[in-house]
Design a protein around this ligand. Structure first.
Ligand SMILES: [Zn+2]
Length: 373
């Protein structure tokens, strides 16, 4: 279908009439032959192709030499012609009509329609699993903002300004806040612990919550580190909460997550917001504790940090609560006590699924993600 570009003899109404009548005839004749999807596509390209389409070539040629007053009526004529072409394309071809008839009467020789149902991301699924274990113990879920103030992220959790413990949790600061008091300056939260403070300020004991969420740190990305990762924290505050309750709760949770044969052990550690603090190890889920490559032949894998809530944290909470009620004494450490714990979601997911590089979780690579379907 290669035709030359017709010449427009003059720019008046009779000339337009004749020229467009010829083009409309051309379209009408060709559209009668559109019996297959291929013919339809060829027809579409021939007339409407963006670069070499006949409509474009003709309108370019005619509009270029048209006097200004003829441009508008010419443009309108071209629009009408374009509509005619589009209408011709909308009519069903004989071939498509047959196909739809075949679908209506079921053709069992056709390949089936494959649907790909979505699945939770492995990190989300791991978070759900952990949260579920604590829901069964009567905990509820609390969430908080990722952009957090210095007060909630550090100060209230017993990281005073310039304290060296802040170095381990360097993070992105929101720009342009030098004029604000240091406690109000905003940053990307480095842990989900600020939600502990927000919860205690809003709610008197008893408190039993788990806090899943995204956190940010100035960590160079490697096989086991990422500047953005996920944590789940827990907080329990009530009367007569002891370290035994902490041990019992975490021992139960680890058995629920990794199997009843798993053992736990606690080592002294340090966190500014708990005293005493402990690291928790579980017996290696791969070798059962006899030693293998995954546990570096120690038989144990370190998984959590935890401890009894530091009275200094309760003091910060009380100070905030007294701004609303000056007599508030709900978090008096003489009357209540509590424990907190936290774990990295990626670390657990990597262990459960044998993933060697944390980056796989964020790559969006379907070949990786489909394995969890
Ligand atoms: Zn092992």
């Amino acid at each position: 279908m290669t035709e030359t570009i017709p010449q427009l003899t003059s720019y008046d109404a009779p000339a337009f009439e004749a020229a467009f009548a010829t083009l409309a005839d051309e379209v009408r004749q060709q559209s009668a032959a559109l019996t297959t999807p291929e013919a339809q596509e060829n027809f579409r390209l021939h007339w409407l192709g963006r670069k070499q389409g006949r409509l474009k070539l003709i309108s370019d040629a005619w509009l270029k030499s048209a006097p200004p007053e003829a441009r508008k009526p010419l443009g309108m004529r071209f629009n009408q012609l374009k509509q005619q072409i589009e209408q011709a394309l909308e009519a069903p071809t004989a071939a498509t009509a047959t196909t739809s008839a075949a679908v209506q009467g079921i053709d069992i020789t056709l390949p089936g329609l494959t649907r790909h149902p979505g699945i939770p991301h492995p990190l989300l699924e791991t978070m759900h699993e952990v949260v579920r274990v604590f829901h069964h113990l009567g905990y509820s879920t609390n969430l908080g903002p990722q952009v957090e103030s210095d007060f909630y992220n550090f100060e209230a959790l017993n990281f005073p300004p310039n304290h060296p413990a802040r170095d381990t949790q360097d993070t992105l600061q929101i720009a342009g806040q030098q004029a604000r008091p240091s406690r109000d300056r905003l940053l990307m939260r480095t842990h989900t612990s600020p939600v502990q403070i927000r919860t205690m300020i809003a709610q008197a004991p008893p408190v039993r919550i788990v806090i899943p969420g995204k956190v940010h740190r100035n960590d160079a990305a490697d096989a086991t580190h990422s500047p953005i990762f996920h944590q789940i924290e827990g907080l329990c505050v009530d009367t007569d909460i002891t370290f035994s309750d902490l041990k019992g709760t975490l021992d139960h949770a680890m058995k629920a997550l990794f199997g009843s044969a798993v053992k736990t052990r606690f080592f002294p550690s340090f966190f500014p917001f708990t005293e005493p603090s402990a690291d928790v190890q579980i017996s290696c889920i791969f070798c059962g504790g006899t030693g293998c490559r995954k546990c570096k032949h120690s038989g144990w894998i370190e998984l959590l940090g935890c401890g009894m809530v530091d009275p200094a944290v309760f003091a910060s909470v009380t100070e905030e609560r007294r701004k609303i009620n000056p007599d508030d004494d709900a978090y008096n450490p003489e009357k209540i006590s509590g424990f907190a714990f936290g774990m990295g979601v990626e670390r657990i997911a990597m262990m459960l699924h044998g993933v060697s590089d944390i980056g796989h979780f964020y790559s969006g690579d379907m070949r990786f993600l489909e394995q969890f379907a």
